[in-house]
Ligand binder design. Structure first.
Ligand code: NAP
Length: 239
């Protein structure tokens, strides 16, 4: 059975991704920074008849927490097939980049960018032991500089910190994919699209079922598949 670790999987798109991947036959490690929320998520999955899941405590902003999770999976499995860097925050307001409080900007980067980088670094030794390692970085259309550079589309000022953090996450995807280009790794950024979750006070226009689809697709890529790309539900996106 292939194994997958999803960060921030106790609710929202991460939870739904856990459900879909478990239903496809993966054994899913449901990452949650809060133990009670993580155990609740497992109970909800079990109640849906999904039993090939287990909770892992993991706060992506804490290297000690990531290392503990890594040691747990190393002892249990000795390898990992898929890492999904899904944990994310939208950040406090206001975020207009000319005046944003540095503490707010740092918090957003700590989770959305540095969190994904340090989680990946810790799990690379386990992923390297998989025959077909996959890393999916859950980015956003707001990480696209092409979109922000098009003034007609550039109405996202309230999410400047969030957008910058996702642009950085996309850069991480490209750098890492280049570093592993002569290997079996497939490393991609994807965007779930505007999805109704806690992150946007359930204002998103898509369901979590729709949002998780693209993550599942890039988590389960076969050997003839892209790496170092940025994808949405309808295919490749401009960086
Ligand atoms: P969500 O329901 O708020 O879920 C976010 C998850 O991340 C929660 O489980 C949260 O845990 C977790 N998290 C936050 N900080 C964490 C940390 N330091 N360590 C570990 N976990 C942490 O939002 P979502 O919409 O499903 O977001 C999932 C991903 O999709 C994010 O990366 C987001 O940027 C991306 N995305 C979302 C949309 C959208 O429209 N919803 C669009 C594009 C991209 P708690 O429950 O403890 O807070």
């Amino acid at each position: 059975m292939k194994t997958v670790l999803i960060t921030g999987a106790n609710q929202g798109i991460g939870f739904e991704t856990a459900k879909q991947l478990a239903q496809l036959g993966y054994f899913v490690y449901v990452g949650s920074r809060d133990k009670n929320k993580g155990l609740d998520a497992i109970k909800k999955l079990n109640d849906l008849g999904v039993t090939n899941v287990e909770f892992v405590e993991l706060d992506v902003t804490s290297i000690a927490s990531i290392q503990k999770a890594k040691e747990l999976l190393d002892a249990k499995l000795g390898s990992l097939d898929v890492l999904i860097n899904n944990a994310g925050i939208s950040g406090g307001q206001p975020q207009n980049i000319s005046a944003i409080k540095m503490e707010n900007l740092r918090n957003v980067f700590d989770t959305n960018f540095l969190g994904a980088v340090q989680t990946t670094q810790q799990f690379i030794p386990l992923l390297t032991k998989s025959k077909e390692p996959r890393i999916v970085n859950v980015s956003s259309g707001l990480g696209s500089l092409a979109i922000h550079s098009n003034t007609q589309n550039s109405n996202f000022g309230i999410y400047d910190a969030y957008s910058c953090s996702k642009t950085a996450l996309n850069a991480f995807t490209v750098m890492l994919a280049n570093e592993f280009k002569n290997s079996n790794f497939k490393i991609n950024s994807v965007t779930p699209g505007y999805t109704a979750t806690n992150l946007n006070h359930y204002q998103g226009t898509q369901t979590v079922e729709q949002g998780a689809k693209v993550i599942v697709k890039y988590a389960t890529l076969g050997t003839e598949a892209p790496t170092g790309g940025f994808f949405g539900d309808e295919g490749a996106l401009d960086w």
